[in-house]
Design a protein around this ligand. Structure first.
Ligand SMILES: [Zn+2]
Length: 179
């Protein structure tokens, strides 16, 4: 019986970091990469399901929060927060390209306010989508906010203002510190 299994009884709750660690050597033959189609299949089926069950507002909120968790993890695992801003952003650009998530550019940065405008081209989430009249990269909003919050220690949010789904060729995000 499953419930009598002593190993299951004593198991601890796994964290995101534990799940991520588990993928490192679990696939001897197939390796660590997957096509973008698989990523989008997961993302857009989940999006549909959450929207159908909870409504669009909740779906967006969940994607943003999940993205924030992922961004926080990503910053801790793959980025060096002790670097100065320009070294940090070039490391971030490099990592996002290595992981084939997109090509990041910092368009504007206001040192006084911390406000930032970032663009991501060839974004894994939305590149090639038809015109939908709304931005769709809510997960990325959270992801970038999580990275910036983790790096600066200040509560960043990020809002996508242009997207393939609004007829643009890059995703553009405004990032700002919450007052
Ligand atoms: Zn987008």
């Amino acid at each position: 019986m499953m419930e009598d299994n002593i190993f299951l009884k004593n198991r601890k709750k796994l964290s995101l970091a534990d799940y991520m660690k588990a993928q490192e050597n679990g696939r001897e033959n197939l390796g660590t990469e997957l096509p973008v189609a698989v990523y989008r299949l997961l993302e857009y089926s989940l999006r549909d399901e959450l929207t159908a069950r909870l409504g669009k507002e909740e779906q967006i909120d969940i994607f943003r929060s999940a993205g924030f968790r992922a961004g926080t993890y990503f910053a801790e695992k793959y980025l060096d927060s002790s670097l100065g801003l320009s070294e940090f952003t070039s490391q971030l650009q490099k990592r996002l390209e290595e992981f084939k998530m997109g090509v990041l550019r910092i368009e504007k940065f206001d040192e006084e306010t911390g406000k930032m405008v970032l663009t991501v081209s060839e974004d894994a989430d939305c590149s090639g989508l038809p015109l939908l009249g709304e931005t769709v990269c809510n997960y990325d909003e959270g992801f970038l906010a999580g990275i910036l919050t983790s790096y600066t220690g200040k509560p960043y949010n990020a809002t996508e203002v242009n997207c393939w789904a609004t007829g643009d060729r890059v995703c553009r995000f405004r990032a700002d510190i919450d007052e």
